[in-house]
Design a protein around this ligand. Structure first.
Ligand SMILES: [Zn+2]
Length: 261
């Protein structure tokens, strides 16, 4: 996967789905790694069409209010036929109250090997007990970067993982494969480590997400209409209550038949 390791926003995943009008929607899950609120972002999506044609689309987002260290979502709609997204690259980020912007450079957007998973479920469980539930792989050193136990690759000048904030020294001292095999697990955790990994929930497809969003929108609109009707009804009742009533103090006329005696 290609990525710019200096980018303050991490692209965690993306999915594509076609909407009712045949357009391709790309759902991006991102994480603001920085300690500043992000207000604006420019993203470039590189895509390839059915005939092998390629294209790029740049999309600008404003008024984002992405809090520091928060997970966020972005949706990009592509009008260019049935295309496959090949890469997603942040090219500009603007921070709240900070004049300097982050500008992405194409030469820093390079391919890195994917995260090597752990096939042995028991070993994966041991790592998870020792390092935490987000630990998915053993650390690894490369020429210009190091792979954290959480699966994030970091440049070698980073003493801490930009995603999980674990220290590089700690990661390599405690969570390399041999260390995990040797380590004594906390009391009671040994049994937990023997159990097979719990079933993870099936990931929801992008199409399902789109339909859910649509359903949610309909529900919200219906709720809004009901609230509006209730408000109008309450106003009508209030108006009625305020209207002048007939004077009940007036003594009713006495009928002649009742006073005949
Ligand atoms: Zn990490």
């Amino acid at each position: 996967m290609r990525q710019d390791l200096t980018c303050p926003v991490e692209l965690r995943s993306w999915e594509r789905a076609r909407d009712d009008r045949g357009r391709v929607r790309v759902y991006l899950k991102v994480f603001n790694l920085s300690t500043r609120e992000i207000r604006e972002a420019d993203v470039v999506l590189t895509w390839r069409g059915e005939q092998g044609e390629r294209g790029e689309k740049k999309v600008s987002f404003e008024n984002l209010n992405w809090a520091a260290r928060s997970r966020q979502r972005l949706t990009v709609t592509l009008t260019a036929g049935d295309v496959q997204v090949r890469a997603v690259r942040f090219v500009r980020l603007a921070f709240a109250g900070y004049e300097k912007e982050w500008i992405g450079r194409r030469e820093r957007f390079v391919s890195y090997p994917g995260t090597p998973g752990i096939r042995d479920a028991r070993l994966a469980r041991r790592l998870s007990v020792l390092a935490g539930p987000d630990a998915v792989c053993f650390p690894r050193r490369d020429s210009d970067s190091w792979l954290c136990v959480c699966g994030r690759r970091n440049l070698n000048d980073r003493p801490r993982c930009v995603r999980c904030r674990r220290r590089r020294e700690t990661v390599f001292a405690r969570y390399q494969k041999e260390k995990v095999l040797e380590a004594r697990l906390p009391h009671g955790a040994e049994d937990a480590a023997r159990r097979p990994l719990t079933q993870f929930r099936q990931p929801v497809s992008a199409r399902e997400k789109y339909l859910r969003q649509k359903k949610l929108l309909w529900r919200r609109t219906a709720m809004l209409l009901i609230l509006l009707c209730l408000l109008l009804f309450a106003l009508w009742c209030a108006n009625r209550a305020a209207a002048p009533r007939p004077n009940t103090d007036v003594i009713p006329p006495v009928r002649a038949a009742q006073t005949a005696d």
